[in-house]
Design a protein around this ligand. Structure first.
Ligand code: GDP
Ligand code: MN
Length: 346
């Protein structure tokens, strides 16, 4: 409350209190949201918490995207709760439709095959995953920014965030920040790993050394172990996604068609890209950001954040559980440099 006063009261000069000083510095960053008109109240709930926990001190802008135009009710609902400038953007048709090389019959057969899997029979979900994998960062409304924080409707931010995660990333040259990691439903990514290995074989020059591939490979079989960062929360570099190598990776995947024939998620795609292109010390676990999405949450209360500043139960912290991939990530050697062709650690 004091910090909020310091920012809005004209009688206090900048630098008069530490709270003012810390809010001076800003990264070139944006809060990015993909949403539908019917999710207005769910998004309001997420944004009220994000503002209260963080953005009321920083006023970072929002870019909110949709494959259909937002209606007035949606905009009024969002505008009422945010402290930063909001831009509403329409997604170009080419970024949310079938590319010409996709066989629609094969896609329909793929949906039928996955009908018992979550979103397995949904076409729109596939367009969404492909958009988040390959296109959102090309939207003109994001062109001016270096970092993004992805936010969704109906999530909870459960702890006060007492610093600027964007500035934190920038000062340490971090490229990708996550909050929850665990295993993907394997039926949705049957050929993703094969296709990714093909890409690495064709473009060895794009793979970094050291890298974090060890985190995603089952060392006994050489297969994908299904570990991925959960991408509904991401604080990351837009320049990473706009890079030549990421673009080449996405194009390779898109040509293979698994976004439609299977149900490749943007979470495993971003994660495999991070594994190929980033060192461990370029990836950050935001363990102090309390966050809940559906049944999973990261709750740092009493661990890295004062219990009184949180509204969550640390016993439910998914990152501390066996099926999470976070402990494996944290255990990884920072110099780890896995070579996929020899299956050897260098
Ligand atoms: P889940 O997190 O995997 O269960 O999937 P969600 O239903 O939460 O979708 C992920 C994100 O994409 C959310 O921000 C949704 O609002 C958004 N989204 C999903 N489908 C669509 C769609 O058809 N159109 C638009 N505009 N946004 C969508
Ligand atoms: Mn969601």
């Amino acid at each position: 409350a004091t910090a909020e006063k310091a920012v809005t009261t004209p009688f206090i000069t900048a630098g008069a209190s530490p709270a003012v000083a810390t809010t001076d510095k800003r990264a070139s960053a944006v809060l990015v949201i993909l949403a539908r008109n019917r999710e207005a109240s769910g998004l309001r709930s997420s944004l009220k918490q994000l503002e209260q926990r963080f953005n009321h001190k920083y006023h970072y802008p929002y870019v909110i995207l949709n494959d259909e135009p937002f209606d007035d009710l949606f905009k009024e609902t969002v505008d009422a709760v945010v402290s930063g400038n909001v831009s509403y953007g329409l997604i170009p048709k080419e970024h949310w439709s079938y590319p010409p090389w996709i066989d629609r019959h094969k896609a329909a057969a793929g949906r039928k095959k996955l009908q018992d899997v979550l979103y397995g029979s949904s076409e729109s979900y596939r367009h969404m995953c492909r958009f988040n994998s390959g296109f959102f960062f090309h939207h003109p409304l994001l062109a001016q920014y270096d970092y993004y924080w992805r936010v969704e409707p109906d999530v909870d931010f459960t702890c006060n965030i007492e610093y600027d995660p964007f500035v934190y990333m920038q000062e340490r040259d971090l490229k990708y920040g996550f909050n929850i990691a665990f295993h993907e439903t394997s039926a949705t990514v049957t050929t993703l790993w094969e296709t990714t290995k093909q890409f690495m074989a064709q473009h060895p020059e794009y793979v970094s050394h050291p890298n974090t591939l060890e985190w995603v490979v089952d060392k006994r079989t050489g297969d994908y172990n299904m570990c991925h960062f959960w991408s509904n929360f991401e604080i990351a570099s837009l320049n990473l996604l706009r890079s030549e190598r990421y673009q080449a990776y996405f194009d390779h995947l898109d040509q293979a068609g698994g976004f439609f024939y299977e149900r490749w998620g943007d979470a495993p795609v971003h994660s495999l890209a991070a594994a190929m292109f980033l060192r461990k010390d370029e990836i950050h676990f935001f363990e102090d950001i309390g966050y809940r999405h559906s049944v999973f949450e990261n709750c740092p209360a009493g661990l890295t954040v004062n219990l009184q500043n949180c509204d969550c139960n640390p016993k439910r912290n998914v990152n501390a559980q066996d099926h999470s991939c976070t402990p494996d990530f944290l255990r990884l050697d920072p110099r780890s440099d896995f070579n996929i062709t020899t299956m050897k650690q260098n």
